[in-house]
Design a protein around this ligand. Structure first.
Ligand code: IMP
Ligand code: MG
Length: 437
């Protein structure tokens, strides 16, 4: 990526999140000057392994493990200040020096305690139609942002001027809580008081993220824009209403940090060699029973934020082809190939049928996606460990054939293949070879 002269690369999830973006960003960050998150909040869980150590990051960008990388949280992020400070302090306790390395956009909206209460109350009344949110207050925080009753990082500088907004926000929250028959109510004074406690620490990190990135790129900088969740959880392009509340796709990367789309040179889509989803909503290639358990156990498919078991399925080419389109992917990173090492046959869906007919494109309604029948092909497994492979030719023939098929059905060249959680378990394919692996 950066090796081919790119200055700004967006790294996005091209399935339902948990594709392994954290690891890929950590690997690419070695060459980066800035890593900036552009959307989402503490709903994300990015797991990064360095040596024997495991880090699970929720808000702080996955570049944080390199001492010279500056980590920014863009305006598109919703910041829970308490969770953020906890995460930051835990990293400092583990020996990381974060002084001068973390910046937060003054335009980023705050997730307030009542957003979490609303998230929980709303989910509990949805019954069988629950979205399966992470409970981090994400949807309610973005709703207040759109309703123009949100508080932003910059507002922390003068909370006395925020009294009216906080009153409006808590009044709106209380009326929703009352209508849901939830027994909690929020008081504006409490919200203001707790914000006063965290304001100085957050304000110390306040910055103009867009301006920093633009100036870095015009110098010698190399910038990674870090997505959270995935294309199928995008508020517009995902499986609405079973989505998160932000623009997870590459278009959101530019507006979520404050640069123009023309500044993004490459868009790297991260996909697992199979599929998982956590939370509710349609998943056409979902597996049940023993095969699901096996894939879940081998892949360690339990949510990094909530610990919930993820729903596993075969690779869905229609999903990734769609994600390639809505993101303008220039390349793919395929992760967790090693998880498939012991399967003697591997299925891959390349198309859908709906009501007995070929379905062209991707359904715009979740209820249609729930009704499609994936068309599968079955490929032979390789039944050898790929964990030691470091170059593409090291991979067994059948693994290469599987990857080649992924490129074809996704109509996107593969640039990275990950065969384990360690940094060095990463195969790089150069741009020339990618299209013909
Ligand atoms: P929310 O983002 O907490 O509102 O949850 C909305 C949906 O997105 C739920 O299905 C969550 O499980 C899913 N989701 C949110 N964040 C992540 C993530 O980081 N990985 C995978 N799924 C996520
Ligand atoms: Mg995750």
């Amino acid at each position: 990526m950066f090796g081919d002269g790119a200055r700004c690369v967006a790294v996005v999830g091209a399935q339902w999140g948990d594709e392994g973006k954290g690891k890929i960003i950590d690997v690419l960050a070695e060459q980066a000057t800035i890593v900036a998150r552009y959307q989402g909040g503490a709903n994300a869980g990015h797991t990064v392994h360095v040596g024997e150590e495991e880090f699970i990051l929720h808000l702080i960008p996955s570049g944080v493990l390199y001492p010279d990388v500056r980590c920014l949280l863009g305006n598109g992020v919703v910041l829970d200040p308490w969770t953020f400070l906890e995460e930051r302090d835990a990293l400092i306790e583990r020996g990381l020096d974060l002084e001068g390395r973390v910046g937060i956009s003054s335009r980023a909206h705050l997730v307030l305690p009542y957003h979490k209460q609303l998230d929980a109350a709303q989910e509990s009344t949805r019954g069988g139609k629950a979205i399966g949110t992470t409970g981090r207050g994400i949807g309610p925080a973005y709703r207040d942002k759109a309703a123009r009753i949100g508080l932003r990082v910059g507002d922390l500088a003068d909370l006395t001027r925020c009294v009216d907004v906080v009153r409006q926000g808590t009044a709106a929250a209380n009326s929703i809580l009352a209508s849901l028959e939830a027994d909690v109510r929020v008081r504006p004074e409490e919200v203001l008081e707790s914000l006063r406690e965290v304001a100085p620490e957050i304000l110390r990190l306040k910055t103009d993220v867009g301006a920093e990135i633009r100036s870095d790129i015009s110098g010698a900088g190399r910038v990674l824009l870090e997505g959270a969740q995935g294309a199928l959880l995008d508020i517009d392009h995902g499986t609405y209403p079973y989505v998160t509340s932000s623009s997870t796709t590459a278009g959101g990367a530019a507006s979520g940090v404050g640069i123009g789309p023309t500044m993004i040179d490459e868009v790297l889509g991260v996909v697992k060699a199979y599929t998982t989803r956590v939370g509710n909503g349609p998943l056409p290639t979902e597996l049940q029973g023993d095969e699901a358990d096996r894939l879940r156990d081998l892949g360690g498919e339990f949510g990094a934020t909530t610990g919930r078991p993820r729903r596993p399925g075969w690779f869905d080419g229609t999903v990734v082809r769609y994600a390639a389109g809505v993101n303008g992917l220039t390349a793919l990173a395929v992760t967790k190939l090693d998880v498939l090492d012991s399967f003697d046959r591997i299925r891959l869906a390349f198309d859908y049928e709906l009501a007995g007919r070929h379905f062209d494109g991707f359904p715009d309604a979740a209820r249609d996606l729930a009704r499609v029948t994936p068309i599968y092909e079955t490929l032979p497994g390789w039944l050898t460990s790929t964990a030691e492979a470091r170059r593409f030719p090291d991979l067994p023939d059948h693994a290469r054939r599987y990857l080649r098929r992924i490129e074809e059905v996704a109509q996107t060249p593969i640039r990275y293949v990950s065969v384990g959680s360690a940094r060095d378990q990463t195969i790089f394919l150069d741009a020339r070879n990618a299209a013909t692996v």
